[in-house]
Design a protein around this ligand. Structure first.
Ligand code: TRP
Length: 456
């Protein structure tokens, strides 16, 4: 079975694929605006705590299930716990990433538009004001045709990569793009930190204002940390099922988490100084980077138009690649399910999911324009999909994964998988702590934050 399903060829490529899944719009687009909406440094502290205390245990729980069974979520749960209801969790985790992919693809489309703009040297005119750039962005996302075409293009790119398969498609693509992303984002950070007025942004990133840390901000921080590491929806489980049997889950997990966190923080330091330098309200919401950065690029363009436009090209290339390496992992989660369980060809599986995500994505995209008045529980379609997935479905899915590994699987199997049959001595030594976090800490903290937020 393993040979048929395909494997990641080496530890390096496995980590690049997982880090590629983790690092995405969540880091560059979502993290900065969530920080801006939820009180800056205080949000970052909760985010970091959640990453260490919750994300790593959840990551390990998911990857233990995936690697042990070499199956995608639905089959994995059924194999480990035959005849129980746990397999229904498989459905949850097939649908959640697809809902995410639908709105993600819309933002992916935006980044294609901005990449084209930068390639056409659109950000060299210092006469366009900040409001001017916001207006351009607003006119673009509220329009109908172009965002829909680009949403389609973005989704199609994903389909092409996923159809090519795990090794020829996903692995080949992510092992090049993920390292490139790091180089690009560091270059942008250096540029941004040298802008006049950058200091206020740095201060915002490191000086906590705890008064803004409401329970909903904490839930958002936790949700954001899950979103960023692609947790709770079977994505990591599916990727872990492609790991070689002798792979060390702990080092794969830690590397992925460190890369992802590092990337989010670097992206924060690349974007917040620019936001403050441009005098933009950090709580501006999803449009934050698309409104801020073009302004920065064109103002800087006054003194060095070529340089600033090159930075713009780098930046939007980074976003697009980061988005693609993540979105393929969402698509793969659904495709793996249909291939494993329904015995479909990759081509058919990918096509079916493409259509489903495309349709939901159309509604997400139109919810900025013609159907902006249509609300589900008080939110537009786009916001509803975003918040329902990251604040609820992913949190719930993560909870179920840790409960499954901590309470349903027997301790010996978990130990066996975590230490590769006892051969990884180092892992064996810390197993007790890891198991304690999976069994007690993660579930208790997740439930506490979740319930507190429901009550308050
Ligand atoms: N982690 C990705 C990001 O930060 C997004 C992502 C990929 C994701 N796979 C996922 C989010 C699965 C939730 C579920 O952009």
């Amino acid at each position: 079975m393993a040979a048929q399903r395909g494997n990641f060829g080496s530890r390096f490529t496995a980590i690049m694929a997982m880090a590629g899944s983790a690092i995405g719009l969540g880091n560059i687009w979502r993290f900065p605006y969530m920080v801006g909406q939820n009180g800056g440094a205080a949000f970052i502290i909760v985010y970091l705590l959640s990453a260490v205390m919750l994300c790593i245990p959840i990551f390990l729980a998911e990857s233990i299930i995936g690697k042990r069974t070499q199956l995608s979520t639905f089959g994995a749960m059924e194999k480990l716990s035959p005849g129980t209801r746990w397999k229904w969790m498989g459905f949850l985790t097939v649908f959640t990433p697809l809902i995410i992919l639908s709105f993600y693809s819309v933002v992916g489309g935006w980044s294609i538009e901005y990449l084209f703009k930068s390639l056409g040297f659109a950000f060299t005119d210092p006469a366009v004001s900040r409001e001017g750039h916001s207006a351009i962005f607003g006119a673009f996302i509220t329009s109908v045709r172009k965002p829909l075409i680009l949403h389609t293009v973005f989704l199609a790119l994903n389909a092409v990569i996923v159809m090519a398969g795990v090794q020829k498609g996903i692995e080949k693509f992510t092992k090049i793009t993920t390292p490139v992303l790091f180089v690009l984002v560091v270059l942008i950070m250096v540029y941004s930190l040298t802008l006049p007025g950058a200091a206020a942004g740095i201060e915002y990133m490191i000086k906590p204002d705890f008064s803004k840390l409401t329970s909903s901000a904490m839930l958002s921080a936790m949700g954001q940390s899950f979103f960023s590491l692609s947790l709770g929806v079977g994505c990591i489980l599916t990727y872990a099922s492609y790991l070689r049997r002798d792979e060390n889950l702990l080092s794969t997990g830690l590397c992925t988490a460190v890369f992802d966190l590092g990337f989010a923080i670097i992206a924060g330091f690349a974007i917040m100084p620019a936001v403050f330098a441009a005098g933009i309200e950090p709580g501006a919401g999803p449009g934050l980077i698309f409104e801020t950065l073009p302004f920065i690029f064109s103002t800087m363009g006054a003194s060095a138009p070529m340089l600033s436009n090159i930075v713009a090209i780098l930046f939007f290339t980074t976003i697009l690649f980061a988005a693609l390496t993540s979105s393929v992992s969402m698509l793969e989660t659904g495709v793996a399910y249909l291939v494993d369980e329904k015995k479909m060809s990759r081509l058919k599986a990918t096509s079916i999911i493409f259509v489903g995500c495309w349709i939901l994505g159309v509604f997400c995209s139109l919810s900025f324009g013609p159907i902006s008045d249509f609300h589900i529980l008080g939110s537009t379609v786009f916001d509803f999909c975003d918040h329902m997935t990251s604040d609820f479905l992913m949190t719930f899915g993560s909870l179920l994964f840790v409960l499954f590994v901590g309470w349903k699987m027997d301790r010996e199997s978990v130990y066996d998988e975590f230490t590769n049959g006892g051969t990884l001595r180092g892992n064996g030594r810390i197993f007790g702590v890891v198991y304690f976090f999976i069994r007690y800490i993660a579930p208790v903290v997740i439930v506490t934050i979740f319930v507190t937020n429901l009550i308050l």
